[in-house]
Design a protein around this ligand. Sequence first.
Ligand code: 1VS
Length: 325
Amino acid sequence: DSGSVTASPRQQDTEYLCPVQIGSPAQTLPLDFDTGSSDLWVFSTDTPRSEVNGQTVYDASSSSSAKRLSGATWKISYGDGSSSSGIVYLDTVTVGGLTVSRQAVEAAKQVSSSFSRDTSSSGLLGLAFSSINTVSPNQQKTFFDNAMPHLDAPLFTADLKHNADGRYNFGYIDKSAYTGSISYTPVDNSQGFWGFTATVDGTDVTGIADTGTTLIYLPDSIVTSYYSQVSGARYDSSNAGYIFPCGSSMPDFSFNVGGGGGGGGTVTVPGSYVNFAPTDQTGQTCFGGLQSDSSIGISIFGDIALKAAFVVFDGGNKQLGWAAK
Ligand SMILES: CCNC(=O)c1c(-c2ccccc2)csc1NC(=O)CNCCc1c[nH]c2ccccc12
């Protein structure tokens, strides 16, 4: 089996949403595919009206294939302070023509305000490792884990784009989607993430490939030296990050993966991607897409990095492949 689904950018590439069919008859919800978490959770008819703000909701009671997973609950919180929690159904989930029956669909009974305010997203589809799924007492598998045995190849690929529709494919590598060769590097999934090591300016950086996080968070030394090239750039505590004049032309940011014998491959993030967004209405000052990981404890290669590459998440061989495009 295989599947292929469009990933549409929202709010200047802040997140990417994909249509997902849930239940019988199918209910289509736009979900944020997230390689940095492992819960498939959705706004639902169980979500308080006061917390629903235009989102499409999942109604288990109108799905003939929905079965309540009795006694099961879930609760998740993210580093940005957002959170959600609720109950669990098993139902049929289809992504780009690829169907998993009896997928754990986590219906929200509570969502935090930042999710309520995000009117375009009906929830998340976790694509990290099932070891960090939050369902209790019996942990549930991700859509990819459930699909993997049926896939032509045990992998999925992410092809996110700047201000344009991209694509997630499951079970195959589309050779027309990238240029040159794919450089592979081993994955450390000990923390449940797609962890890997890249080299930035000759320095090894161990981080995670995370489609659910918008920005890139790297060690202070790397970030400070990057912004030292931009006149007027400075760390601003009120914005809790590096800012700079919006008219600045930003240097490209490159990292190497799979450095082994073959020299590995270089991913180059165009400077324009690092000029992420204005900090206020005046549009004078802009917030950087590259920020320090010092308050996080882990380096994150988020959407700003991922949309500069064609990325293979290989669950069979526990490796990450990176190619230019
Ligand atoms: C900013 C979101 N990212 C994180 O919190 C995060 C952290 C993390 C931990 C501490 C402090 C800051 C970040 C480590 S791994 C990691 N990655 C994830 O947690 C991936 N899932 C993010 C889901 C998510 C949280 N808030 C959103 C708002 C819009 C769309 C998606 C989201």
